[in-house]
Design a protein around this ligand. Structure first.
Ligand SMILES: C[S@@+](CC[C@H](N)C(=O)[O-])C[C@H]1O[C@@H](n2cnc3c(N)ncnc32)[C@H](O)[C@@H]1O
Length: 331
């Protein structure tokens, strides 16, 4: 039995394309069509290889509407042999090899193209963002629930990741001593600054920065906020990791995003990558970053409001074992 299981793993990994796929997945989660484009092989062929890797417990998949995502099996799926193979794959992926290096370059190009696509969307829609945000959200409820969940306790430093037009900086302004909101889009930041000026908020700043790697000291923030940002990112877990790095020992992370949904057009028309998140997925990212989900709220739209989606708010508390080192993953 153990012999069969081990053979299964080694047969799965013992083929060039599959080893290349594993090396790619060690760099981050990918969709089937991204893997197909990077390898330059046909989709049925790539899907066959992926199935073999998933059946051997080396890769995990999850479907969201039309897209199928693959990643390396988390913690080797609890199987020490898989864990050992994954460690080797991660090393091989960085080895000095022409084919793997080219795959790695294509992975980076795919990642950059994705980020550029989302950035272009935000540049084009910055002025419209406050209206667009309301299209699918019961906004007022969320904002009042978020401020209620965070509570009255004094907030020294509030950090808003992917601040956009700075809305979170505005609604929490009465609670914090100082705040900084980071965003990659200069257009969004210009609007955020204008909004803060207009609201007379002088103790918050909108800064250019990549939320995966921020120029802030570890353990410096009392509250970190990720409001309607994670579903644009290729590595939402890495964003949670960076948020955790910023939190003080008793700090809290507040995340608001969609519950799982099937509105595929949000990908094509509004640059969404993920169609919402389950509680388990958020819990797993938090646990991996040393955070604990303390409260979960679900805000469902009225049955008559078909355009709106269910929104979740996760309030997470910092624990003792949290990341010190910077993470660097791109959107
Ligand atoms: C949907 S908007 C949300 C803005 C704001 N949190 C809100 O709720 O109104 C997402 C924002 O995340 C920003 N963003 C995406 N990837 C980012 C990254 N890697 N670093 C910083 N900001 C990023 C986008 O530019 C965009 O302004």
């Amino acid at each position: 039995m153990a012999l069969d299981a081990a053979l299964n793993i080694f047969r799965a990994i013992g083929e060039e394309t599959r080893l290349r796929i594993m090396a790619l997945l060690s760099r981050g989660e990918l969709t089937v069509s991204e893997i197909t484009a990077i390898l330059g092989q046909s989709q049925p062929r790539v899907s066959r290889h992926l199935k073999i890797l998933a059946d051997a417990g080396l890769a995990e998949r999850h479907r969201e509407a039309a897209w199928m995502f693959y990643r390396l099996a988390e913690h080797g799926g609890g199987n020490p042999s898989v864990r050992a193979v994954l460690a080797v794959v991660t090393e091989i992926a960085r080895a000095d090899d022409r084919v793997l290096a080219r795959d790695g370059e294509r992975f980076e190009q795919a990642r950059q193209a994705r980020a550029a696509q989302a950035a272009a969307y935000f540049e084009a829609n910055a002025k419209e963002w406050n209206r667009l945000r309301r299209l699918h959200l019961p906004e007022h409820d969320i904002e009042s629930r978020m401020t209620a969940l965070v509570g009255d306790k004094d907030i020294g430093l509030f950090v808003d990741l992917g601040t956009g037009t700075g809305r979170m900086l505005e609604i929490f302004a009465a609670r914090y001593q100082s705040a900084v909101g980071y965003d990659l889009s200069h257009e969004m930041l210009a609007i955020a600054r204008a909004n803060l000026d207009q609201a007379g908020i002088t103790h918050a700043q909108a800064r250019h920065g990549d939320l995966f790697s921020l120029p802030l000291e570890a353990h410096s923030a009392d509250v970190v906020c990720l409001h309607q940002v994670l579903h644009y990112l290729a590595e939402p877990g890495a964003a949670v990791h960076e948020a955790a790095r910023l939190l003080k020992p008793a700090g809290r992370l507040i995340i608001s995003d969609f519950a799982p949904h099937e509105l595929e057009f949000l990908r094509e028309e509004h640059a969404h990558r993920r169609l919402g998140f389950s509680d388990d997925e958020v819990r797993d990212w938090c646990a991996a970053a040393g955070l604990q989900v303390e409260r979960v709220e679900t805000l469902s739209p009225a049955p008559s409001d078909r355009e709106k989606l269910t929104v979740k708010i996760w309030l997470c508390a910092a624990g003792q074992r949290r990341p010190e080192a910077r993470s660097r993953k791109a959107a």
